[in-house]
Design a binder for this molecule. Structure first.
Ligand code: WTA
Length: 653
């Protein structure tokens, strides 16, 4: 296919703006939309809900708020899978809904049309019903990036079951904790997957993680040619083949739960963030359409995030499908067989919307630049970034090397809790500014406040909060944990009666009124875009038999953004290289390799306050080679000198 090369951006006054060509094709190009939407956000979102989503019956009330809870489209009824599939069948039944690229080069890509995806989803929904899964039951999904992940999730949505996806790189213990919290009845997993040319087994972790839990059936996708035995285990394809293709969708209330997704907070145990059906659908639909200017005729969207994270849910799967678009997913690693793989995929599949994380961009800058040929990238129109702050160099590199200086960079700020993007520039409006996310999505309002909830002036750093009415895709609680929900997100409301959702991010508003995110203000790290908490790692390390206690702090890393460093106090004896390797392996087994500490230091003592609180802030300063402040509060000031003696030149991995 011949691709017409168009310049979608233009430089004016030192900033990038949409070009006339972009304005012409943009869904929104007039910045008056922001003021218009904020005049009456509820009415604005009601209009979008009506236009973008198919409802079985209309809601009675647009928005209802009884803080800390709120509901959208109250009384409205719909089925999410119908919105992703059935409503497109008549006009687009033969259109490709999903293109799947397996990692092995000799395997062909798989293309599922809307009709074939619909058929598989209905069949698998019947399989789940056959296993006794009912509306409101939880199904755990522990799958790599293969089409069966999407089929399973939509099958759950079809029968009103709640999916709880667990990242396939997580360890058996992490899977088990999530299965137990949700009391999942069924687990859908695979024997394994391909990564960097090797077979990676999943089934052993799946068996271990589901043993002794509420899981009654384990459905296993045969990806590597293995077979599983045992009465609990069934083969995905065999049960799918024999299932009925007719499956009446369960009609759900707008506020019924669509999925839960566990994410890290300040404490050790991950929280099950609850997303509802109607509000989430509305935000997923419109943010995909407007942020990436997705058109359903020729656009192919590739979001490189794994389905184990929220970005994979909303932008690899649901957003493009709600819009009747084509989504592309890839099973493997960006450097297999070499760093040209991604760009070949873009060329061969005419990808027009590409959405990835700064970590990937920095990795290509460092190791993969010579594999990039601008001719391969001519189909691109919009480039997105997400997951961590993007630095100036990475932004400019992305713009020039991948976007050929032609495509807008859409830096999207959001969280597992927000369901969809919330702060970004829109491609038809701009401006596109390095390191600056942009404006709140139309109909949503964020401000920056101090620790008492008082609004800060422009340019002043503070806490990023969202104002009422809260965006439709926002979380609706923490699964079976009201206390955690209130404590984590509603401190400004609880303490100062301010109706603000606390994002736990730091930010400021720049001179032009655009928001710049500076990073987390709590003990959450973003390691290569993956979210985890220092407490989660500490809990994992602390259960090692040789460890007395430990503290984990993040340090900046050139490619991954941040990496964890562990300070370990042993019960007795000295540390050794062998023990460091043992501790890293232990973390792999408890949490998964993404959480592995980059550096482990053995120390005799950790700096603590009189009340016994470990002062991570001091450890952070020491790692940054800064003079730590506030040492007077320490019960053991000597520990500081001892730590100094242990840390050498820290470089991370
Ligand atoms: C960070 C990922 C800067 C932020 C969608 C947030 C970002 C956390 C950006 C949520 C961005 C996400 N610029 N920081 N564009 N996007 N973050 O739940 O700290 O995995 O709170 O959701 O990622 O991570 P989560």
């Amino acid at each position: 296919m011949l691709v017409k090369i168009v310049k979608y951006i233009t430089k004016k006054g030192g900033k990038y703006w949409p070009s006339a060509e972009m304005k012409k094709i943009a869904w929104v190009s007039d910045n008056k939309i922001y003021a218009k939407a904020l005049k009456n956000p509820v009415k604005f979102w009601e209009g979008l809900a009506k236009e973008g989503i198919s409802w079985e019956s209309k809601w009675k009330k647009g928005y209802e708020e009884k803080l800390p809870y709120f509901k959208w489209f109250v009384g409205g009824k719909l089925n999410f899978s119908v919105n992703c599939l059935d409503r497109h069948l008549e006009k687009k039944g033969d259109k490709i809904a999903l293109t799947w690229i397996p990692e092995p080069l000799e395997e062909k890509s798989v293309k599922l049309t809307y009709r074939s995806l619909h058929s598989k989803v209905c069949k698998f929904a019947n399989v789940l019903r056959g296993f006794g899964v009912k509306k409101g039951d939880v199904v755990a999904v522990y799958l790599p990036m293969i089409p069966e992940a999407l089929i399973t999730m939509l099958a759950c949505a079809r029968i009103g079951a709640i999916h709880s996806v667990v990242f396939s790189a997580f360890a058996a213990d992490a899977l088990k904790a999530r299965i137990e919290d949700g009391s999942a009845k069924v687990l859908v997993t695979a024997d394994g997957y391909y990564r960097r040319g090797k077979k990676v087994s999943l089934i052993e972790k799946a068996k271990k993680g589901s043993k002794g839990t509420s899981v009654e059936k384990v459905v296993v996708v045969n990806r590597l040619g293995g077979s599983v035995k045992g009465s609990k285990f069934v083969d995905f394809n065999s049960v799918l083949e024999s299932a009925d293709e007719e499956c009446k969708p369960e009609i759900m209330k707008s506020e019924d739960t669509l999925f839960i997704l566990y994410t890290s907070g300040t404490t050790g145990k991950p929280k099950g963030v609850i997303h509802d059906t109607g509000g989430y659908a509305v935000q997923a639909y419109w943010t995909t359409k407007w942020d990436f200017n997705l058109h359903d005729d020729d656009d192919v969207m590739w979001c490189t995030a794994d389905v184990g994270w929220v970005t994979g849910h909303t932008y690899a799967f649901y957003g493009p499908l709600l819009n009747g678009g084509t989504s592309l997913i890839y099973e493997g690693s960006p450097d297999f067989p070499d760093f040209s793989r991604w760009w070949k995929i873009i060329k061969e599949n005419n990808v027009s919307v590409f959405y990835t994380a700064p970590t990937a961009i920095r990795m290509f800058m460092k190791s993969g630049e010579k594999f990039i040929k601008s001719k391969d990238l001519e189909s691109l129109r919009v480039l997105g970034t997400v997951g961590e702050p993007i630095d100036n160099d990475a932004w400019n590199w992305y713009l020039e090397k991948i976007g050929g200086g032609r495509c807008p960079i859409i830096d999207t700020w959001w969280q597992t809790e927000t369901g969809g993007t919330l702060i970004t520039a829109l491609p038809g409006i701009g401006p596109f500014v390095p390191t600056v996310a942009g404006m709140s999505f139309p109909g949503v309002q964020h401000i920056i406040v101090d620790d008492k909830g008082v609004e800060k002036k422009k340019g002043e750093l503070g806490f990023l909060v969202q104002k009422s009415p809260f965006a439709p895709g926002m979380l609706h609680g923490v699964y079976k944990n009201h206390k955690k929900y209130v404590e984590t997100y509603w401190r400004f409301w609880k303490k100062f009666k301010k109706p603000y959702y606390d994002s736990s991010d730091g930010a400021f508003v720049n001179r032009d009124g655009l928001i710049r995110i500076t990073g987390r203000t709590d003990d959450v790290m973003k390691v290569a875009g993956h979210r985890m908490s220092t407490a989660e790692l500490e809990d994992a390390i602390n259960v090692h038999k040789k460890v007395n206690e430990c503290a984990v702090v993040p340090i900046p890393h050139k490619i991954k953004g941040e990496v964890p460093v562990a300070f370990v106090v042993l019960k007795s004896g000295e540390g050794s290289e062998e023990l460091i390797a043992g501790l890293k392996k232990h973390v792999d087994n408890k949490l998964g390799p993404t959480a592995r500490p980059a550096v482990v230091y053995f120390v005799k003592d950790l700096p603590k306050t009189r009340s016994g609180k470990i002062m991570r802030r001091i450890l952070k300063s020491l790692l940054a080679k800064e003079e730590p402040k506030g040492l007077m509060t320490l019960v053991n000031p000597d520990s500081v000198e001892a730590v100094k003696g242990v840390i050498g030149d820290v470089k991370g991995e």
